[in-house]
Design a protein around this ligand. Structure first.
Ligand code: GLU
Length: 624
């Protein structure tokens, strides 16, 4: 991307680039900005990053997320009598402050919920939608007739979908929570006011985005204070976001859909604040006030399948998460997988995923726009049909063609299909439970790490680039593509916030970020736990491999060094190192999960290492 370095006037006072110890000992420093609004006394204990643990076992409720400030926000809500839904919203709002490049009110997500009173699982589709003016050729440059280069589409108003996250929080709290949105936003508002301590991940994610952040004046002002990367150990405040959260608390989420915040969103999308001196083209978007006003977070039935006697629920289209994880599990159920033959278990895991991705790319899109065969994709007959493709001694060739799940008995022939679409990694996942037995699994995102790179001026949050999840052109000339852009349409997602029941009671809650690798990460975690005798912490920590109907299977370095690699290559599998993102070593996914143990305790599990390690917490810790 052509980028000129631009020096940004240092008007922001969001970061104290002084050692933390100074901030702690003297409170707000003159010249570095005092926290504004309520809760301004930045108490030392609140600012200090909570201790980070990747496993916590106990009772009374649990939270797991990628960030300790966010997990603590959820835990505080549980401790004060809130339920799992309240805690999930509080955790998510805090992630909007401390993980602003992965999620926030400028984005969308999918929320799954187990209600202990009714025993039912419900979901909310809070996916961003395309504006009404978006047509199927929206990402074709009229001057060339060719697709807009992907980075140019990402860094543009054109990629910004109508945010679904505020509406998701409102609906979840209204339908199942006990707190008002105002109360649920309080812990996050405090963090935005007081600040958090910049860690290696936050700096690395900013660094990875530095060039594109410099192109947008509002983003550079907020995230490159004084024109520099945030210093590890310094305090990062976001008073603009604190004010925005307070306005949402006062006026309700309607302030974003029908009020002043919404007007700012529309203005920013239509006129991205390109930094003076930047010669980078930032295309304006098509969003109008009417698109925001009519946004609805949708209650949908979850997907459901069984796997070795467990009930597996996840997200239905517009996400492809539930159907693809479910189809792969259904295929795998035709085989006995065990730790005793890890190579065959992994081979079957890869092949099932390859097949399920071929079907996903052909059939899954926004169900309001095409007839998505959700039930048929999840049928055991279809899976049995597809399983016949798998050989224990050879690997299928990708791209493999899809089959038609509506025509039983036609799934076996090996044919060549269309190449897989490009999908990148980012996003965040959280899980919560409470003392009453309710459980939430919630994945939220602004799409790419750093989203569209466009911050709404004065509002403290980034806008998503979710509309780049549409296919810019049909994947194949002869086959209909359900994931082309369209007015009011939701781009296909891979988010897979999953809940597993055993004998009708919660057993596992799991999910992950990572674009299309979300699906394989959730699938591999389930296979590790259910089939390969791993505890949940082991299942999460194990090296990941991701096959998505491509010739190459992406793998983490630890897998590339394992003995299984050579054995799988002898079967024809082909591995490449997963792409590097902002972490020093390539990673796939970042799971947050819960297991409900047979003795009544809950085990919260976060990543031990990926993304610098996540944060698992329980209300009452079990004695060891
Ligand atoms: N946009 C992706 C999806 O909905 C999530 C973002 C990511 O993890 O890359 O599947």
């Amino acid at each position: 991307m052509p980028v000129r370095r631009i020096v940004v006037a240092a008007t922001a006072v969001v970061v104290t680039a002084v050692p933390l110890v100074l901030s702690l000992s003297t409170g707000a420093q003159p010249g570095v900005g005092a926290p504004s609004g309520p809760g301004k006394a930045a108490s030392n204990s609140r600012l200090k990053p909570p201790a980070k643990e990747s496993v916590a076992t106990g009772s009374g409720g649990a939270v797991s997320s990628v960030n300790p400030y966010a997990s603590r926000a959820g835990l505080d809500v549980l401790r004060h009598g809130g339920n799992a839904v309240d805690a999930a919203v509080a955790t998510a709002a805090a992630l909007g402050v401390v993980e602003p490049y992965s999620a926030g009110i400028g984005g969308g997500g999918y929320f799954t919920y187990y209600d202990a009173r009714t025993g039912r699982i419900s979901t909310i589709d809070g996916r961003e939608t395309a504006p009404d003016r978006m047509k199927s050729d929206a990402f074709i440059d009229p001057s060339t007739g060719k697709p807009i280069p992907f980075p140019e589409a990402v860094n543009s108003g054109l990629s910004v979908g109508v945010p679904g996250t505020p509406a998701t929080w409102q609906k979840a709290l209204h339908d199942w929570g006990t707190l008002s949105p105002a109360k649920a936003l309080e812990p996050a508002t405090r963090i935005a006011d007081d600040g958090f301590v910049v860690n290696d991940e936050f700096r690395a994610q900013t660094e990875m985005n530095e060039e594109r952040f410099r192109n947008i004046s509002s983003t550079a002002k907020l995230f490159l204070p004084h024109g520099e990367l945030p210093v590890v150990g310094s305090r990062f405040r976001n008073p603009d976001l604190a004010r925005t959260y307070r306005q949402l608390a006062r006026e309700g989420m309607g302030a974003l859909y029908r009020g002043a915040i919404g007007r700012d969103v529309v203005r920013t999308v239509q006129h991205p604040p390109v930094a003076p001196g930047s010669d980078t083209k930032v295309r304006p978007g098509l969003m109008a006030a009417g698109d925001l006003a009519k946004y609805t977070a949708l209650r949908r039935d979850p997907t459901h399948t069984t796997y070795r006697g467990l009930d597996v629920y996840s997200m239905a289209p517009s996400s492809s998460g539930g159907t693809t994880v479910g189809e792969a599990l259904n295929i795998l159920e035709n085989y006995h997988l065990s730790a005793a033959d890890r190579v065959q278990a992994l081979h079957h895991y890869l092949e099932a995923s390859r097949i399920a991705f071929a079907d996903r790319n052909r059939w899954v899109g926004d169900p309001a726009f095409s007839d998505v065969p959700t039930k048929e994709l999840l049928s055991k007959e279809f899976a049995k049909d597809r399983a016949c493709l798998i050989s224990p001694t050879a690997t299928l060739t990708s791209p493999l063609a899809p089959a038609d799940p509506r025509r039983p008995g036609t799934g076996c022939p090996k044919r060549t299909g269309s190449p897989a679409p490009y999908e990148g990694p980012s996003t965040t996942h959280l899980v919560t439970s409470d003392r009453w037995g309710n459980v939430v699994s919630y994945t939220l995102t602004i799409e790419q790490t750093g989203g569209s790179a466009i911050t709404v001026p004065g509002r403290g949050f980034l806008l998503n680039n979710e509309l780049t999840d549409f296919d810019f052109t049909p994947l194949s000339k002869d086959v209909p593509d359900p994931n082309l852009p369209g007015p009011g349409k939701r781009p296909r997602s891979s988010m897979s916030p999953t809940l597993v029941l055993k004998d009708g009671r919660p057993y596992l809650a799991v999910g992950s970020p990572g674009g299309a690798t979300i699906i394989t990460t959730v699938l591999q975690t389930l296979v590790n736990r259910v089939d390969l005798d791993m505890s949940l912490p082991e299942a999460v920590a194990a090296p990941r491999i991701s096959q998505r109907n491509r010739k190459d299977t992406e793998a983490e370095p630890a897998f590339l060094d394992s003995p299984e690699r050579a054995a799988l290559e002898r079967l024809g599998q082909h591995f490449v190192e997963a792409p590097k993102t902002f972490t020093p070593s390539p990673e796939i996914g970042a799971v947050a999960a819960l297991e409900f143990l047979s003795d009544g305790r809950v085990q919260a599990v976060a990543e031990p290492k990926r993304r610098g390690g996540g944060s698992a917490m329980v209300v009452r810790r079990a004695r060891r």
